[in-house]
Design a protein around this ligand. Structure first.
Ligand code: DC
Length: 239
């Protein structure tokens, strides 16, 4: 079936296409999801940034990590969007119109985000926020529970994985490229700790969603993964 036919089928079902990519940190899922959303002209949601923004409030608003109600009220008030970053050909995360990528893209914020993400109240507050991103002409969403909890009805579900060492190498290189000093062992330890926190929490833990296509990205380039995802969605030239 061509992508157009799939699209028509979904639209006639009053459902726009929905593609989810889940997986542990540094598997490249947000870069892949962003590229796929651009290639298919669909909307994009990087759900991890919502949890990172919740963690960022601990610093910017001086909220305590236990003040979940204050954090959820704030996140529901704030406008979060993803815009093209023309200088890097990637996306920027905007909080009320201001690019906050630099403020939330560090391992310290990521660990707090992972801790906060265990909280049921916060997770519940974020469900509607995430559903609101699902609009015409459709959505590509990445995270930990996109295909399992937030969008179980997704048209296509993917689960990206890679060995911890390779993921830590990628993360370390990314930090170096951004001129952020990082020790490889610390990066690896932080990543393993976060994997454990995300996979063992009682609410919406990181799991392979039912019917998800598993892609081991260890030996693949980002472009290779994008092509594979698009192949599965049946939109490339061979379809
Ligand atoms: O994808 P990320 O590394 O930006 O995510 C940061 C943390 O947020 C992650 O360690 C766990 C949490 N998270 C989550 O619980 N559910 C999601 N859908 C996305 C992220």
């Amino acid at each position: 079936m061509t992508w157009m036919k799939i699209l028509m089928k979904q639209m006639s079902n009053h459902n726009a296409p929905l593609i989810t990519l889940d997986g542990p940190s540094a598997t490249g899922k947000s870069s892949v999801a962003w590229e796929v959303s651009k290639r298919l002209s669909l909307k994009f949601l990087n759900s991890g940034s919502l949890y990172r923004i919740a963690a960022y409030y601990v610093y910017s608003k001086k909220f305590h990590v236990d003040e979940i109600e204050k954090i959820t009220d704030q996140i529901n008030k704030d406008n979060i969007s993803f815009e093209i970053n023309t200088s890097s050909d990637s996306y920027s995360i905007q909080l009320n119109g201001v690019d906050i990528c630099d403020k939330i893209s560090n391992d310290h914020i990521a660990l707090i985000a992972s801790k906060l993400s265990k909280d049921e109240l916060l997770r519940r507050a974020l469900v509607k926020k995430q559903h609101d991103f699902y609009q015409l002409p459709g959505l590509v969403a990445d995270g930990r529970d996109m295909g399992s909890c937030i969008f179980p009805e997704a048209t296509f579900k993917f689960f990206l994985t890679a060995s911890a060492t390779i993921r830590a190498e990628r993360r370390h290189k990314e930090l170096q490229n951004r001129k952020i000093h990082a020790n490889f062992t610390e990066v690896l330890e932080s990543l393993v700790k976060r994997d454990e926190q995300d996979a063992t929490r009682s609410i919406a833990p990181l799991v392979i969603p039912p019917k998800a296509i598993v892609i081991d990205t260890s030996q693949m380039t980002m472009t290779g993964v994008v092509e594979k995802v698009l192949d599965h969605c049946c939109i490339n030239e061979r379809c």
